[in-house]
Ligand binder design. Structure first.
Ligand SMILES: Nc1ncnc2c1ncn2[C@@H]1O[C@H](COP(=O)(O)OP(=O)(O)OP(=O)(O)O)[C@@H](O)[C@H]1O
Length: 258
Protein backbone atom coordinates (compact mmCIF):
# COMPACT_ATOMS: atom_id res chain seq x y z
CA UNK A 1 0.00 0.00 0.00
CA UNK A 2 1.17 3.51 -0.78
CA UNK A 3 0.07 6.48 1.29
CA UNK A 4 0.86 9.99 0.14
CA UNK A 5 0.48 12.56 2.87
CA UNK A 6 0.67 16.33 2.55
CA UNK A 7 2.98 16.24 -0.48
CA UNK A 8 4.39 19.49 -1.87
CA UNK A 9 6.79 19.89 -4.77
CA UNK A 10 8.09 23.05 -6.34
CA UNK A 11 10.59 23.83 -9.09
CA UNK A 12 12.69 26.89 -9.60
CA UNK A 13 11.83 28.56 -12.89
CA UNK A 14 13.82 31.62 -13.94
CA UNK A 15 14.61 32.42 -10.32
CA UNK A 16 11.00 31.95 -9.22
CA UNK A 17 9.72 29.12 -7.04
CA UNK A 18 6.76 27.48 -8.81
CA UNK A 19 4.61 25.15 -6.72
CA UNK A 20 3.62 22.15 -8.86
CA UNK A 21 2.15 19.80 -6.23
CA UNK A 22 0.11 21.29 -3.42
CA UNK A 23 -0.85 19.20 -0.43
CA UNK A 24 -1.43 15.94 -2.31
CA UNK A 25 -3.02 13.16 -0.24
CA UNK A 26 -3.77 9.73 -1.76
CA UNK A 27 -3.92 6.08 -0.82
CA UNK A 28 -3.19 3.32 -3.31
CA UNK A 29 -4.18 -0.14 -2.15
CA UNK A 30 -2.39 -3.33 -3.13
CA UNK A 31 -3.85 -4.69 -6.36
CA UNK A 32 -5.19 -1.35 -7.59
CA UNK A 33 -4.85 -0.12 -11.13
CA UNK A 34 -4.88 3.52 -10.18
CA UNK A 35 -5.32 6.11 -12.94
CA UNK A 36 -4.18 9.72 -12.64
CA UNK A 37 -5.94 12.08 -15.01
CA UNK A 38 -6.11 15.83 -15.45
CA UNK A 39 -5.27 18.65 -17.83
CA UNK A 40 -1.84 19.24 -19.34
CA UNK A 41 0.55 20.82 -16.85
CA UNK A 42 -1.57 19.73 -13.87
CA UNK A 43 1.37 17.93 -12.21
CA UNK A 44 0.65 14.29 -13.16
CA UNK A 45 4.19 13.38 -14.27
CA UNK A 46 5.73 15.20 -11.34
CA UNK A 47 3.47 13.28 -8.97
CA UNK A 48 4.19 9.85 -10.46
CA UNK A 49 7.93 10.61 -10.44
CA UNK A 50 7.70 11.29 -6.71
CA UNK A 51 6.53 7.69 -6.16
CA UNK A 52 10.04 6.38 -6.87
CA UNK A 53 11.84 9.59 -5.88
CA UNK A 54 12.87 10.52 -9.42
CA UNK A 55 11.53 13.83 -8.08
CA UNK A 56 12.17 14.60 -4.45
CA UNK A 57 9.23 16.31 -2.76
CA UNK A 58 9.84 19.49 -0.75
CA UNK A 59 7.46 18.43 1.99
CA UNK A 60 5.23 15.52 2.93
CA UNK A 61 5.46 11.76 3.22
CA UNK A 62 5.31 8.87 0.76
CA UNK A 63 4.81 5.71 2.77
CA UNK A 64 5.29 2.53 0.79
CA UNK A 65 4.49 -0.66 2.68
CA UNK A 66 5.10 1.14 5.96
CA UNK A 67 8.37 2.86 4.99
CA UNK A 68 8.63 6.61 4.46
CA UNK A 69 10.67 6.54 1.27
CA UNK A 70 11.41 10.28 1.26
CA UNK A 71 14.04 9.50 3.90
CA UNK A 72 15.82 6.87 1.79
CA UNK A 73 19.08 7.38 -0.04
CA UNK A 74 22.08 5.41 -1.33
CA UNK A 75 21.71 1.64 -1.30
CA UNK A 76 18.37 1.70 0.53
CA UNK A 77 16.88 3.89 -2.20
CA UNK A 78 18.36 1.70 -4.96
CA UNK A 79 16.93 -1.41 -3.29
CA UNK A 80 13.53 0.24 -2.88
CA UNK A 81 13.45 1.21 -6.58
CA UNK A 82 13.82 -2.44 -7.58
CA UNK A 83 10.30 -2.88 -6.29
CA UNK A 84 8.92 -0.16 -8.54
CA UNK A 85 9.24 -0.69 -12.31
CA UNK A 86 8.53 2.22 -14.63
CA UNK A 87 7.39 2.56 -18.23
CA UNK A 88 7.28 5.72 -20.33
CA UNK A 89 5.55 7.20 -23.37
CA UNK A 90 8.72 7.03 -25.48
CA UNK A 91 9.84 3.64 -24.16
CA UNK A 92 13.36 4.79 -23.10
CA UNK A 93 15.06 1.72 -24.56
CA UNK A 94 18.82 1.45 -25.14
CA UNK A 95 18.96 1.94 -28.91
CA UNK A 96 22.31 0.21 -29.40
CA UNK A 97 21.36 -2.88 -27.44
CA UNK A 98 19.26 -5.83 -28.50
CA UNK A 99 15.89 -6.64 -26.99
CA UNK A 100 17.61 -9.33 -24.91
CA UNK A 101 20.21 -6.85 -23.60
CA UNK A 102 17.58 -4.21 -22.81
CA UNK A 103 15.64 -6.64 -20.65
CA UNK A 104 18.79 -8.07 -19.09
CA UNK A 105 20.08 -4.62 -18.12
CA UNK A 106 18.39 -4.24 -14.68
CA UNK A 107 19.34 -7.83 -13.84
CA UNK A 108 22.97 -7.24 -14.81
CA UNK A 109 23.33 -4.10 -12.70
CA UNK A 110 21.74 -5.96 -9.79
CA UNK A 111 24.54 -8.54 -10.03
CA UNK A 112 22.62 -11.68 -11.03
CA UNK A 113 24.51 -14.59 -12.59
CA UNK A 114 24.60 -15.02 -16.38
CA UNK A 115 22.57 -18.25 -16.15
CA UNK A 116 19.89 -16.68 -13.98
CA UNK A 117 19.68 -13.66 -16.30
CA UNK A 118 19.29 -15.83 -19.37
CA UNK A 119 16.53 -17.87 -17.78
CA UNK A 120 14.69 -14.77 -16.53
CA UNK A 121 14.97 -12.85 -19.81
CA UNK A 122 13.61 -15.79 -21.79
CA UNK A 123 10.74 -16.10 -19.32
CA UNK A 124 9.98 -12.36 -19.66
CA UNK A 125 10.16 -12.51 -23.46
CA UNK A 126 7.62 -15.29 -23.34
CA UNK A 127 5.37 -13.30 -21.00
CA UNK A 128 5.27 -10.33 -23.39
CA UNK A 129 5.12 -12.57 -26.47
CA UNK A 130 8.37 -11.41 -28.05
CA UNK A 131 10.52 -14.52 -28.04
CA UNK A 132 11.20 -14.17 -31.75
CA UNK A 133 12.55 -10.61 -31.29
CA UNK A 134 15.28 -11.52 -28.80
CA UNK A 135 18.13 -10.39 -31.08
CA UNK A 136 16.37 -7.45 -32.72
CA UNK A 137 17.33 -3.83 -32.04
CA UNK A 138 14.68 -1.31 -30.92
CA UNK A 139 14.74 0.46 -34.30
CA UNK A 140 13.48 -2.78 -35.88
CA UNK A 141 10.37 -2.92 -33.67
CA UNK A 142 6.89 -1.38 -33.84
CA UNK A 143 5.75 0.99 -31.08
CA UNK A 144 3.72 -1.74 -29.41
CA UNK A 145 6.67 -4.15 -29.52
CA UNK A 146 8.96 -1.48 -28.03
CA UNK A 147 6.51 -0.95 -25.19
CA UNK A 148 6.40 -4.72 -24.60
CA UNK A 149 10.18 -4.72 -24.27
CA UNK A 150 9.92 -1.81 -21.82
CA UNK A 151 7.28 -3.71 -19.83
CA UNK A 152 9.46 -6.83 -19.73
CA UNK A 153 12.39 -4.71 -18.52
CA UNK A 154 10.18 -3.06 -15.87
CA UNK A 155 9.11 -6.52 -14.66
CA UNK A 156 12.61 -8.02 -14.68
CA UNK A 157 13.24 -7.59 -10.96
CA UNK A 158 9.77 -8.80 -10.02
CA UNK A 159 8.45 -5.47 -8.72
CA UNK A 160 5.35 -5.11 -6.61
CA UNK A 161 4.51 -1.82 -8.35
CA UNK A 162 4.57 -0.52 -11.92
CA UNK A 163 4.50 3.21 -12.67
CA UNK A 164 3.26 4.04 -16.15
CA UNK A 165 3.69 7.57 -17.49
CA UNK A 166 1.52 7.85 -20.62
CA UNK A 167 2.74 4.43 -21.76
CA UNK A 168 0.14 4.13 -24.50
CA UNK A 169 0.03 7.74 -25.69
CA UNK A 170 2.32 7.17 -28.66
CA UNK A 171 0.40 4.10 -29.85
CA UNK A 172 -2.57 3.60 -32.15
CA UNK A 173 -5.88 2.54 -30.56
CA UNK A 174 -5.51 -1.19 -31.29
CA UNK A 175 -1.98 -1.32 -29.91
CA UNK A 176 -3.07 0.78 -26.94
CA UNK A 177 -5.68 -1.85 -26.23
CA UNK A 178 -3.16 -4.68 -26.41
CA UNK A 179 -0.76 -2.88 -24.05
CA UNK A 180 -3.48 -1.96 -21.55
CA UNK A 181 -4.74 -5.57 -21.68
CA UNK A 182 -1.20 -6.75 -20.96
CA UNK A 183 -0.93 -4.44 -17.94
CA UNK A 184 -4.27 -5.69 -16.68
CA UNK A 185 -3.11 -9.28 -17.17
CA UNK A 186 0.00 -8.69 -15.03
CA UNK A 187 -2.15 -6.97 -12.41
CA UNK A 188 -4.58 -9.90 -12.22
CA UNK A 189 -2.09 -12.74 -12.59
CA UNK A 190 0.77 -11.46 -10.43
CA UNK A 191 -1.07 -8.94 -8.23
CA UNK A 192 1.13 -6.08 -9.46
CA UNK A 193 -0.21 -2.70 -8.38
CA UNK A 194 -0.19 -0.24 -11.26
CA UNK A 195 -0.24 3.53 -11.09
CA UNK A 196 -0.76 5.09 -14.47
CA UNK A 197 -1.08 8.49 -16.02
CA UNK A 198 -3.19 8.68 -19.12
CA UNK A 199 -5.19 11.12 -21.17
CA UNK A 200 -7.01 8.26 -22.92
CA UNK A 201 -10.46 7.58 -21.62
CA UNK A 202 -10.48 4.05 -22.99
CA UNK A 203 -7.52 3.09 -20.82
CA UNK A 204 -9.24 4.45 -17.71
CA UNK A 205 -12.50 2.73 -18.59
CA UNK A 206 -10.90 -0.56 -19.46
CA UNK A 207 -8.45 -1.12 -16.67
CA UNK A 208 -8.49 1.41 -13.81
CA UNK A 209 -10.49 0.47 -10.73
CA UNK A 210 -9.61 3.81 -9.10
CA UNK A 211 -8.85 7.22 -10.48
CA UNK A 212 -7.63 10.58 -9.20
CA UNK A 213 -8.24 13.88 -10.93
CA UNK A 214 -5.50 16.45 -10.50
CA UNK A 215 -5.66 20.07 -11.53
CA UNK A 216 -3.15 22.82 -10.90
CA UNK A 217 -1.19 20.61 -8.51
CA UNK A 218 -4.12 19.65 -6.31
CA UNK A 219 -6.04 16.39 -6.16
CA UNK A 220 -9.58 17.57 -6.74
CA UNK A 221 -11.19 14.16 -6.12
CA UNK A 222 -10.18 10.53 -6.12
CA UNK A 223 -12.07 7.28 -5.68
CA UNK A 224 -13.55 4.44 -7.62
CA UNK A 225 -13.61 5.01 -11.36
CA UNK A 226 -17.31 4.65 -11.94
CA UNK A 227 -18.36 7.06 -9.21
CA UNK A 228 -15.72 9.66 -9.96
CA UNK A 229 -16.40 9.82 -13.67
CA UNK A 230 -20.17 9.57 -13.51
CA UNK A 231 -20.95 11.49 -10.34
CA UNK A 232 -18.11 13.95 -9.84
CA UNK A 233 -18.63 16.46 -7.07
CA UNK A 234 -16.57 19.22 -8.60
CA UNK A 235 -17.41 21.36 -11.62
CA UNK A 236 -13.81 20.99 -12.86
CA UNK A 237 -14.16 17.23 -13.21
CA UNK A 238 -17.62 17.51 -14.74
CA UNK A 239 -16.19 19.79 -17.44
CA UNK A 240 -13.15 17.58 -18.01
CA UNK A 241 -15.26 14.42 -18.22
CA UNK A 242 -17.64 16.03 -20.69
CA UNK A 243 -14.90 17.57 -22.84
CA UNK A 244 -12.94 14.33 -22.99
CA UNK A 245 -15.92 12.03 -23.24
CA UNK A 246 -14.77 10.27 -20.09
CA UNK A 247 -18.30 9.26 -19.04
CA UNK A 248 -18.81 5.52 -18.81
CA UNK A 249 -21.54 2.92 -18.69
CA UNK A 250 -21.76 0.88 -15.54
CA UNK A 251 -22.03 -2.31 -17.57
CA UNK A 252 -19.06 -1.40 -19.70
CA UNK A 253 -16.91 -0.69 -16.65
CA UNK A 254 -17.92 -3.81 -14.77
CA UNK A 255 -17.43 -5.95 -17.85
CA UNK A 256 -13.84 -4.78 -18.09
CA UNK A 257 -12.72 -4.24 -14.51
CA UNK A 258 -14.29 -7.10 -12.57
N1 LIG B 1 12.11 19.96 -13.95
C1 LIG B 1 11.23 20.97 -13.99
N2 LIG B 1 11.63 22.24 -13.84
C2 LIG B 1 10.77 23.26 -13.86
N3 LIG B 1 9.43 23.12 -14.03
C3 LIG B 1 8.97 21.87 -14.20
C4 LIG B 1 9.84 20.74 -14.19
N4 LIG B 1 9.08 19.60 -14.37
C5 LIG B 1 7.82 20.03 -14.50
N5 LIG B 1 7.74 21.39 -14.39
C6 LIG B 1 6.51 22.18 -14.46
O1 LIG B 1 5.58 21.62 -13.58
C7 LIG B 1 4.26 21.70 -14.11
C8 LIG B 1 3.64 20.33 -14.11
O2 LIG B 1 4.33 19.51 -15.05
P1 LIG B 1 3.98 17.97 -15.24
O3 LIG B 1 4.85 17.47 -16.34
O4 LIG B 1 4.05 17.28 -13.93
O5 LIG B 1 2.46 18.08 -15.71
P2 LIG B 1 1.55 16.99 -16.44
O6 LIG B 1 0.21 17.05 -15.79
O7 LIG B 1 2.24 15.68 -16.45
O8 LIG B 1 1.46 17.59 -17.92
P3 LIG B 1 1.31 16.85 -19.35
O9 LIG B 1 -0.03 16.15 -19.35
O10 LIG B 1 1.34 17.99 -20.33
O11 LIG B 1 2.47 15.91 -19.49
C9 LIG B 1 4.38 22.31 -15.48
O12 LIG B 1 4.07 23.68 -15.39
C10 LIG B 1 5.84 22.12 -15.82
O13 LIG B 1 6.31 23.13 -16.66
Amino acid sequence: MIMIKGLYKSFENEGQEVEVLKNVNLTIEDGDIFGIIGPSGAGKSTLIRCFNLLEKPNKGEIIVDGVNITKLNGKKLRDFRKNMGMIFQHFNLLQNSTVYKNIAFPLEISGYSKDFIEQRVLELLDMVNLKDKKDAYPSMLSGGQKQRVAIARALALNPKYILSDEATSALDPLTTRSISDLLKFFNKKYGITIILITHEMDVVKEICNKVAFINNGRIIEWGNTYDLLNFPKSIEIKQFVNENNFKIDKEELFKNVS
